[in-house]
Design a protein around this ligand. Structure first.
Ligand code: HPA
Length: 278
């Protein structure tokens, strides 16, 4: 029986699968300001999301709507350059469509990247954090219809991140690349605005190390669809109230841009590790 996303996006999925030049091993979602990586990888084939029926297009700068197929040293990669968010007014169904397309295309693993604010005072802009866990209590209700988490047999393990091989592959890649990777808890914030200083204090008290407005629902849906996700955050700013200055999106894009060499090296070495396991 088709799942709810297949039912809603049947036409989009069919069109996408028809256009896809090959099945892939791994998928990657590139977050705010990290999209340039697509060009570096020299894609074999690209699709503009505006050419796909019913595909939601992002309204945010730093999120170009392209989907690429890449062959990186034999590893077949499906690369989403940009995503849509809850804070743009999109539904959970629209937000997880790239993950469904990844599953349809055969991806077994998915690298989910994002820009995030550092809550942990030992983090600095430009740091890269691998999420060992997440907190997204307030979107569990939104997720229930798509993962069927309300039914006992489907209440599988939708929480572990650090146990997957791909997590170790990223850590190993950081070592090879000489990157001091942070490991911490990603706290989901629905937006649309950045957090208040008091919300950040709340998150810190409840174990948050970084905060962002994406990724968690993608990871949970990926696990539900049988894929192994990994969440990587580029810390683009210190979260609200940590410094005595206002946050703005251009700062996020700028820092992501400066951290991009490190980030690209980390992803390339991760792909090499995954390819050697295939
Ligand atoms: N908060 C939420 N999302 C973000 C931030 C932040 O400080 N920085 C980048 N994305």
């Amino acid at each position: 029986m088709p799942n709810i996303i297949e039912k809603i996006y049947g036409k989009t999925i069919l069109q996408f699968i028809k256009a896809a030049p090959y099945k892939v091993d791994i998928a990657v979602i590139l977050g705010s300001g990290l999209g340039d990586f697509a060009r570096v990888l020299n894609p074999d084939f690209s699709i503009a999301v505006t050419d796909l029926a019913d595909y939601p297009a992002s309204t945010v700068s730093g999120h170009s709507g392209m989907i690429h197929f890449v062959n990186f040293e034999g590893l077949k990669i499906l690369l989403f350059q940009g995503r849509v968010h809850f804070y743009e007014g999109y539904s959970i169904n629209q937000c997880v469509l790239p993950v469904e397309l990844s599953a349809q295309c055969g991806a077994r693993e998915i690298v989910i990247t994002n820009a995030a604010g550092g809550i942990n005072v030992n983090y600095a802009p430009g740091d890269i954090m691998l999420a060992s866990g997440y907190n997204a209590f307030h979107i569990k209700k939104d997720l229930a219809p798509i993962v069927g988490a309300g039914t006992f047999e489907n209440r599988s393990n939708l929480t572990s991140l650090s146990e997957f091989y791909i997590y170790k592959a990223v850590k190993e890649a950081a070592k090879i690349s000489g990157i001091q990777l942070k490991e911490g808890v990603y706290f989901f914030s629905k937006g649309p605005s950045y957090e208040t200083p008091s919300e950040i204090r709340y998150m810190r008290n409840f174990g948050g190390d970084a905060v962002g407005m994406s990724s968690v629902h993608e990871a949970i849906y990926a696990i539900h669809r049988g894929m192994k996700p990994v969440l990587i955050s580029c810390i683009t700013n210190l979260a609200s109230g940590i410094l005595n200055q206002k946050l703005d999106h251009s700062e996020v894009i700028e820092t992501a841009y400066f951290a991009k060499t490190k980030f690209e090296m980390l992803l390339k070495n991760t792909f090499k590790n995954v390819a050697s396991q295939n």
